[in-house]
Design a protein around this ligand. Structure first.
Ligand SMILES: [Zn+2]
Length: 268
């Protein structure tokens, strides 16, 4: 009986070691919108953002690029310990003013997703509740963002719900925003971010056809190897998410717990 129990215990330990090893390679992708003093559910204050970056740095997280993430999930390319990808939707000017100096201070990188028709304008398109009246980055600010080692991707032309559009409208939203950014930055735009996280199989197929290599959603799954690079999951960072909670969400043990809960939900 004792030998049986010891064997079960060892097998369980080996199973947990396997889970830890496997899921510690999942990449946490953080999603932000505004970094601004006027806090609401889409805005983190600069002070809070600075605390988050400091805590991530102290805990040994390393920011990676969208390219590194893609090479990891499609080809198994090695990533640094505790990889993390920081993303900003909508390319607000407050991100350029407040977040860029902090990212540089902590030697971290991030990607911003630009709505090409709204560059340099106020966010009159914004249908989110509790919207903050805010200006989008100008082309000059986007160029400076890029020159400072940060990435730029597309967030379509006009920020529509893609699944409600006809195929040709989706094509236009995805292709002309890609072209507008590429013409301005003279750099390839490889990544797309779906407005409102809304997409369907058609949007995914059209994005691939146009030449995107990956796309970010707001799904709550795990970014492991062999995952569909056109349905990348992200953690929505809201002001109610405290620094300890944010760290827990990004740590491997939390991912193991998350997977167990997911599997149990599927069984039940
Ligand atoms: Zn958006």
């Amino acid at each position: 009986m004792t030998i049986f129990l010891i064997t079960i215990f060892i097998l369980l330990m080996l199973y947990f070691a396997f889970l830890y090893h496997h899921f510690s390679k999942e990449v946490s992708i953080l999603m932000y919108h505004h970094i601004d003093y006027q806090e609401n559910r889409y805005a983190i204050t600069p002070d809070n953002f600075s605390k988050q970056l400091a805590a991530l740095k102290k805990k040994g997280f390393h920011t990676i690029s969208c390219d590194m993430l893609l090479a990891h999930i499609t080809k198994g390319q090695k990533l640094p310990q505790k990889p993390i990808l920081i993303t900003f939707d909508d390319a607000y000017e407050n991100v350029f003013i407040q977040a860029l100096p902090l990212l540089k201070k902590y030697q971290m990188t991030a990607a911003v997703f630009v709505i090409s028709d709204w560059v340099g304008k106020n966010n009159d398109w914004d249908s989110y509740e509790q919207k903050i009246s805010a200006r989008h980055m100008s082309w000059q600010q986007i160029e400076l963002w890029s020159k400072n080692g940060m990435e730029v991707g597309s967030h379509t032309n006009s920020h529509p719900h893609l699944s409600t559009l006809k195929d040709e409208e989706i094509f236009n939203e995805l292709s002309s925003s890609k072209m507008a950014i590429e013409n301005r930055l003279h750099l390839p735009v490889k990544f797309l971010c779906y407005p409102y996280g809304n997409f369907d199989e058609r949007a995914e197929m059209i994005a691939k056809k146009i030449g995107y290599q990956g796309a970010f959603s707001i799904k709550k799954e795990m970014n492991l190897r062999h995952l569909d690079p056109f349905a990348l999951s992200r953690i929505n960072v809201t002001p109610s998410l405290s620094v300890p909670k944010l760290l827990r969400k990004c740590l491997p043990w939390n991912k193991v717990v998350k997977l167990c809960k997911y599997k149990l939900k599927k069984i039940s």
